[in-house]
Ligand binder design. Structure first.
Ligand SMILES: Cc1ncc(COP(=O)(O)O)c(C=O)c1O
Length: 374
């Protein structure tokens, strides 16, 4: 069964409208899991969301704002921008917010297309920027990931030409989950010609251990934008809010290509979530510990996987993907989708602890079914 984004948004909106007491019992620091696995609803391990939902602080800020849904949020967005600027250590003129970081990716794609430019990106990678830019008239140069499924930055550098307007680097990469260390990224950016903008998508950076963000490159001599989102660790994918960090002139350009600004619920929810550090730390700890359980079991069952750094794992099922997703669908678990050319590989999002138990039970049963068929 294919689930649309619309199905998902409807489920999220319903969840936000429910009082806290009707959501599952608190786990850890005020943690309440999103109700995706109840009844006959499939367990959604396919969208890289945070299964614990928005933080308690964000939920109550959004609920309190419903009566003010009649107001434009024009005075509210600067408050969020100031708060993000303070957290990131930049002046507010270095920040732009969007209706999800996806909107900012599209705006950047549009800017490159307006100049009839080329965009260099990895393959596979998150395709929101590249697909939108291509529709708008840009040319794509996709560079295969290396053997460890990481960005091949030397090959990407070789692909840059006089027509290149942007290079998209997704760190950790979606769908592979792999990283490149920040020194290698810094050297790659330093070698870019001045007419190229480096777009560094850090949607999953909050899950990374040990490797610093590339955000300091923003104040360097090259055109760099770093993108972040409230859709992943903050658990607000259905609320739609993301942001970019860049020099003021780059921020100005992006703003001219954006189509919307975050709504009042997104702004207030994001502001509250930024302050709920206990919730964020608890989600992160749970997701990383469940991810370790998933990789340990995949290794034990001899399913190769790419080294994960986000809230998901990309692994080789050994058979055409459809066979595995159909097996899981019969257990009411939605995983994966095709990421050519990795036709046998599945991306699974780390869910709650019981969801991970159910997924691992499915993987064990799948391995046993392959053994029986051999
Ligand atoms: C790498 C990456 N960047 C950006 C996004 C878009 O996130 P948002 O919900 O902020 O538009 C996603 C969503 O899955 C993603 O995986």
């Amino acid at each position: 069964m294919e689930l649309s984004r619309r199905d998902l948004l409807t489920a999220s909106a319903i969840m936000l409208m429910r009082p806290m007491s009707s959501i599952s019992a608190p786990l850890g620091v005020g943690l309440a899991a999103a109700p995706s696995a109840g009844g006959n609803e499939p367990m959604l391990l396919c969208w890289n969301e945070n299964p614990y939902g928005p933080s308690p602080a964000a939920r109550s800020a959004i609920a309190r704002s419903i009566a003010e849904g009649c107001r434009y949020p024009d005075d509210e967005n600067p408050r969020l921008i100031n708060s993000i600027a303070e957290k990131e250590g930049f002046a507010p003129d270095h920040i732009v917010t969007g209706t999800g970081s996806g909107e900012l990716l599209r705006a950047l794609g549009l800017l490159a297309a307006r100049q009839q430019g080329e965009i260099v990106a990895a393959e596979p990678t998150y395709a929101e920027l590249t697909e939108y830019a291509q529709h708008a008239g840009a040319t794509l140069k996709l560079v295969p990931v290396d053997k460890q499924l990481r960005h091949d930055l030397s090959a990407m550098h070789a692909a840059v030409s006089a027509k290149t307007r942007a290079v998209y680097i997704c760190i950790p990469n979606n769908p592979t989950g792999t990283m490149v260390d920040s020194a290698t990224i810094a050297a790659f950016v330093a070698a870019l010609p001045d007419h190229v903008t480096a777009i560094i998508d850090e949607a999953y950076m909050e899950f990374v251990e040990g490797t610093p963000s590339s955000v300091s490159l923003v104040t360097g001599p090259k055109r760099v934008i770093v993108l972040r989102t409230f859709s992943k660790l903050h658990g607000m994918a259905g609320v739609r809010c993301g942001y970019g960090i860049a020099r003021p002139e780059v921020i100005e350009e992006i703003s001219t290509a954006c189509m919307t600004t975050p709504n009042i619920f997104a702004v207030r929810g994001a502001l509250a979530s930024l302050g709920d550090s206990a919730f964020l730390a608890d989600c992160r700890r749970r997701i990383l510990s469940s991810r370790a359980r998933v990789t340990a079991e995949l290794a034990r069952l001899h399913f190769p996987y790419a080294e994960p750094h986000g809230n998901f794992v990309f692994f080789d099922t050994g058979v055409p993907l459809k066979q595995f997703t159909e097996f899981m669908r019969q257990r009411n678990i939605a995983v994966g989708r095709r990421f050519p050319p990795y036709e046998n590989w599945c991306r699974v999002t780390i869910g709650t602890e019981p969801q991970v138990d159910a997924f691992l039970e499915g993987v064990r049963a799948f391995r046993a079914s392959l053994a029986r068929a051999a």
